[in-house]
Design a protein around this ligand. Structure first.
Ligand SMILES: [Zn+2]
Length: 72
């Protein structure tokens, strides 16, 4: 079953957001260009994993990101 989560462009630089899984237990969305990212959301089960992915996508899409390089 395909479960595609749509990601808006980076709120900082309009780059591409990428879903990044860390160690199979947490996920965040990170910008491929400027490195801005959401917080990590942890998960344990497949169900929680989907929820975590939706949550970080939502955070990303509303622009709740941590800027990697605060410039000026
Ligand atoms: Zn960016």
């Amino acid at each position: 079953m395909e479960n595609v989560i749509e990601l808006e462009e980076c709120p900082c630089c309009r780059g591409n957001g990428v879903m990044m899984h860390e160690g199979g237990w947490s996920v965040q969305v990170e910008c491929a260009d400027c490195g801005s990212h959401t917080t990590y959301v942890e998960y344990e089960t497949e169900e929680q994993k989907l929820e975590a992915e939706r949550k970080v996508a939502m955070l990303w899409n509303i622009g709740k990101v941590i800027k990697a390089n605060p410039s000026e």
